[in-house]
Design a protein around this ligand. Structure first.
Ligand SMILES: Nc1ncnc2c1ncn2[C@@H]1O[C@H](COP(=O)(O)OP(=O)(O)OP(=O)(O)O)[C@@H](O)[C@H]1O
Length: 341
């Protein structure tokens, strides 16, 4: 069950699981010095990274670089050669079964029980996580609604179209409401409506408190919902970049647009204690802002009161495709800009 932050809407109750929730950790996934080898082939060579709670991370990298291997290691399905993996504070390598309850995983090539109905598949997945029949049916109903599968609840999975099978597989991965969701190429087989629905679903699950990692080669789609990009460059190098602030992040890059030039703007921004890295021209200013949503509201109020001719204030986000290409063509030690110009 998810740990709820005070501001989060309550999730449907999962029933009689009773334990004292651990204090929330800032990082939900922690990987340290991870080595993975297939016979005669090293795929991950001492990589380390951490992913913040409630982030949605796009895992990207060239074909064959090791994305699936990394995801399966995080899911406790591929014991690594050495290193440490902690998910939701649990040591995945030492306690893989305990982690399975907290993790939802969708494989790139998944299997479904073709003779079971949609309802039975979801119930089976929920029961496999040790949930009672009553809780399993309650969660099944939630997953059916979230995935838009109501019209197909009694259809056999073997009779579903490819896109609906993909949706059902995603439903199976989230039915037990895991804290961490790992999705390997979840959009393959989905039509444009299904892909849009997937983006919305991931953002909704993030709102509920899930930490999500998605591997895909379709960067434009990842850009719609990802808060971070994790680039697996080669077996030794992995880099994490923030793209969008998460609900718990306070640093963001803002863009302010002017309807006419306003010379005192630079001095005004420079005087603000929460603002740094300012770039201005006649029509706009971009800057790094450190503060809460309320602080941002106050900044906007201050600008309006001082009659700055502002017509919009928005958050800038990284263009994933540009950042990815910049990343892949730089040397591992080179700094890359976090946000698009
Ligand atoms: N069971 C296996 N035995 C041996 N080598 C394997 C095995 N599975 C994967 N590999 C190799 O390990 C490397 C990493 O594979 P992996 O599937 O993790 O890459 P990927 O980044 O997910 O690739 P893609 O983007 O094509 O899905 C590849 O070179 C692959 O050939």
């Amino acid at each position: 069950m998810l740990d709820h932050e005070p501001h989060q809407p309550p999730l449907p109750q999962q029933g009689n699981e009773k334990f004292t929730a651990p204090p929330p950790q800032p990082n939900m996934i922690e990987v340290d010095d991870l080595f993975f080898e297939y016979p005669g082939r090293r795929v991950l060579d001492g990589i380390s990274f951490t992913l913040p709670r409630q982030s949605i991370t796009a895992l990207v990298g060239n074909n064959g670089v090791g994305k699936t291997t990394l995801m399966r290691s995080l899911a406790g399905l591929h014991p690594p050669f050495s290193g440490q993996i902690r998910v939701a504070g649990i040591d995945v390598i030492r306690h893989p079964r305990r982690c399975h309850r907290k993790i939802g995983y969708l494989a790139d090539f998944f299997g479904l029980y073709d003779d079971l109905t949609v309802s039975q598949c979801l119930l089976h997945a929920a029961r496999a996580h040790g949930l009672s029949p009553q809780d399993a049916s309650q969660l099944r109903d939630g997953a059916v609604e979230r995935l838009g599968l109501s019209a197909h609840i009694n259809s056999r999975s073997g009779h579903l179209s490819r896109g609906l099978r993909q949706r059902l597989a995603i439903g199976q991965a989230i039915v037990h409401e895991p804290q961490v969701l790992l999705l390997d190429e979840p959009a393959s087989g989905l039509d444009p409506d299904g892909r849009r629905a997937l983006s919305q679903l991931l953002l909704e699950l993030q709102e509920y408190g899930m930490t999500i990692m998605v591997s895909s080669h379709i960067l434009a789609e990842l850009e719609e919902y990802s808060s971070h990009m994790l680039v697996l460059r080669d077996r030794k190098h992995i880099d994490l970049q923030p793209i969008m602030p998460t609900p718990t992040t306070t640093e963001r890059r803002l863009r302010l647009m002017l309807s006419q030039p306003y010379d005192p703007l630079l001095a005004l921004l420079q005087a603000h204690p929460a603002i740094s890295e300012i770039e201005t021209n006649q029509h706009r200013a971009t800057f790094l802002f450190l503060g809460s949503a309320l602080d941002q509201q106050q900044l906007l109020h201050q600008l309006v009161v001082q009659q700055v001719p502002i017509y919009s204030l928005s958050e800038e986000r990284l263009h994933l495709q540009d950042a990815y290409l910049r990343h892949m063509h730089s040397t591992p030690s080179e700094e890359t800009a976090l946000y698009a110009p």
